[in-house]
Ligand binder design. Structure first.
Ligand code: ATP
Ligand code: PRP
Length: 211
């Protein structure tokens, strides 16, 4: 029997993902060692292989079939636009994609056509403003600390993840509009879904049972 390969997201989602897999009886001890630099782990008993990758790379591994399955945030799935199946909502990693800014820019957002929007998620921002709101905005891609953009005058608003709201509050910003709710999802390569349907369906069933 060949190994099923599962790509997991490093960082915030990793702990909850490993806890979930352990509940289904999969051994994750090795992956939890913070000192380890090893990239790929196997569970011989279940014939599974795991690796931890950067979030935006997880859909890439899954689309090309280097991983059969991936666990990744809905934000990353929407942004990366890969040909993969989204099969299960894991219900953790909950947060919201929002348009945020200083309160005084709320009116600009409603009435001004040419506003600037900073974001790590240009595709999500483009879809929201162009397709849903029919508003032509200038989208500026940043790689982190997005909340800085309206504070230093780079843009009027941002499109970013809001979880507790602390980052916004501590920087004098607020949610001006919600784009969509988000959570961690299981994604599957379409060919694997056909070729390994029985094993993948069984694994999803076991995950669902412990959610
Ligand atoms: N407060 C939050 N901020 C960011 N992502 C969150 C938050 N809460 C849940 N998530 C989810 O966790 C996923 C991974 O978040 P993480 O912070 O590890 O990655 P990142 O911020 O994109 O990466 P990096 O910090 O390496 O640039 C996100 O894609 C999102 O789905
Ligand atoms: O609502 P909160 O609980 O404050 O969480 C939201 C913040 O967390 C994320 O940033 P992250 O810590 O990933 O850093 P980054 O800005 O470098 O992406 C996100 O981009 C927000 O800035």
């Amino acid at each position: 029997m060949r190994y099923l390969t599962i790509a997991l997201t490093k960082g915030r989602l990793a702990k909850k993902t490993l806890e979930l897999l352990e509940k289904t009886g999969i051994t994750c001890e090795e992956m939890k060692d913070p000192a380890s630099r090893k990239l790929i782990f196997t569970d011989e008993e279940h014939k599974l292989k795991f690796f931890l990758a950067k979030g935006p790379d997880v859909p890439t591994y899954v689309e090309y079939g280097a991983a059969d399955i991936g666990i990744v945030g809905e934000d990353t799935i929407l942004e990366e636009q890969r040909k993969i199946y989204e099969v299960l909502d894991l219900g953790f990693g909950k947060c919201r994609m929002c348009v945020c800014g200083p309160k005084e820019n709320e009116e600009l957002l409603k009435h001004q056509e040419f506003i600037r929007v900073a974001t790590k998620y240009p595709n999500i921002a483009r879809d929201f403003f162009y397709n849903k709101k029919h508003q032509t905005v200038e989208i500026i891609k940043l790689n982190g600390s997005i909340e800085l953009a309206p504070i230093v005058g780079l843009t009027e608003v941002i499109v970013d993840i809001v979880e507790t709201g602390s980052t916004l509050r501590e920087n004098g910003l607020q949610v001006l509009e919600e784009v969509c709710p988000l959570s961690a999802r299981v994604v599957v390569n379409p060919v694997s879904m056909r070729m390994e349907n029985e094993r993948i369906t069984q694994l999803l069933k076991e995950i669902k049972a412990v959610l």
